[in-house]
Each structure stands twice: as structure tokens, then as C-alpha cells.
Ligand binder design. Structure first.
Ligand SMILES: [Zn+2]
Length: 199
């Protein structure tokens, strides 16, 4: 098998033999820095898998913005078994993307990414601000408003996202689900180091 990022034939290093389900080679994966454990965001138990740096950002952008769907499993493949056990009994609640973005990409990137965990998923948020987050100023991004679609939330949910940058979307999601389910946790693949609200 070839590394999905650099194209090198894999299986020659000890790391690659140990992690044979990994789709990235030892060198490429080595640039993905683990974010450590025991995080909290707005008082909520939060799991971040990796730091969002130049290397991880370029893979995420290639997947998300360039529509490179083949990369969908590289983000969670090393944590797949552990995460599906850890969150068994919970429903993954997906953070929303703007509809035109989904159409442009041609695939629901977040759902594809988390599908490998084999857990129920719910897409229940609507973004009420139609502008692209990247076009907004820092202040404007702090006031993102989400609306909960007309659904009954399950008792145990995990809010999932690809990357926590300003934390505004996650904060808006939390305020929608607060007091509406028994247990809320957060799982994000990436977060910017020292990001607002994450401890
Ligand atoms: Zn590689």
C-alpha cells in the first residue's frame, strides 16, 4: 500500500508494520502532533486528537477544499477502534457546513470522516449566518449563531468537528444542546494550540 499523502510504498519501517491500518507513512504521520488528553471546552469533556499545524492543515484542506475524498479515513484511522469503544452508546452530532459548500465539495466531509467509527450520527444544526466563516472578521466569527432543527436529541451525545479554530461554532452548538440531553462531550480531530476556551 502507498502512503495517501506522499505516495511512498509503505511497510518498511517498524512503525508502519505496527500500524498497518494507517494510511499514512511513518514520515508523514510523524508530523501529526498529538494534542494530549484531558481537555475541557466550556466545562465540557473534550478530546482533541492532533494539533492543527501547517502539515495537518494541508491534509485537511486537500480533503475538504480540494474535494479529495480518498483522504477521508486518514484522520481517524489510528484511533478508530479506541474511539468506537469509548463513545459506544452515544450519538455523534455533526457540526454544520454551509449548504453551498457541501454542494461544491460533492460529499459531506464530516460525515465521511466519522463514518468509520460505526456510531449513530445526527446532523441537526443549521447555520443561520450564510457567510463563509473565512470571510468574517475575528469579532464576527465569535457570534456565529446555530439553530437546532426540529429533532429530539438522544440522551448521550458527542459534538464532533474536524477542527476547532476560534471555538465559536462549538460554543454556539453547546448553547443549543445545553439542558436538552444528559451527557454532552466534544470530539475534534484538530485544534489550534492554545485555542480560546480549550484547557
Ligand atoms: Zn507519506
Amino acid at each position: 500500500m502507498r502512503c495517501l499523502w506522499c505516495g511512498r510504498e509503505m511497510g518498511s519501517t517498524v512503525g508502519e508494520m505496527l500500524w498497518e491500518e494507517d494510511q499514512l507513512c511513518h514520515t508523514c504521520r510523524g508530523k501529526w502532533i498529538r494534542a494530549g488528553s484531558g481537555h475541557r471546552f466550556s466545562g465540557c469533556r473534550t478530546e482533541i486528537l492532533y494539533l492543527y499545524n501547517q502539515d495537518t492543515a494541508s491534509v485537511l484542506l486537500q480533503y475538504k477544499e480540494m474535494g479529495d475524498e480518498a483522504l477521508k479515513d486518514v484522520f481517524l484511522c489510528r484511533d478508530r477502534k479506541r474511539l468506537s469503544l469509548k463513545y459506544r452508546g452515544s450519538t455523534l452530532v455533526l457540526m454544520p457546513s454551509r449548504e453551498e459548500k457541501v454542494r461544491e465539495r460533492g460529499f459531506p466531509h464530516l460525515r465521511k470522516m466519522f463514518e468509520q467509527l460505526d456510531l449513530p450520527m445526527l446532523d441537526c444544526f443549521e447555520k443561520t449566518d450564510p457567510r463563509d466563516q473565512k470571510e468574517l472578521s475575528y469579532e464576527e466569527r465569535q457570534t456565529i449563531v446555530l439553530k437546532l432543527k426540529n429533532v429530539t436529541l438522544p440522551e448521550k451525545i458527542v459534538l464532533v468537528d474536524d477542527v476547532i479554530t476560534t471555538g465559536a461554532t462549538m460554543r454556539a452548538a453547546l448553547s443549543c444542546v445545553k439542558d436538552r440531553c444528559g451527557s454532552v462531550r466534544i470530539l475534534a480531530v484538530f485544534a489550534v494550540a492554545g485555542e480560546h476556551g480549550i484547557s
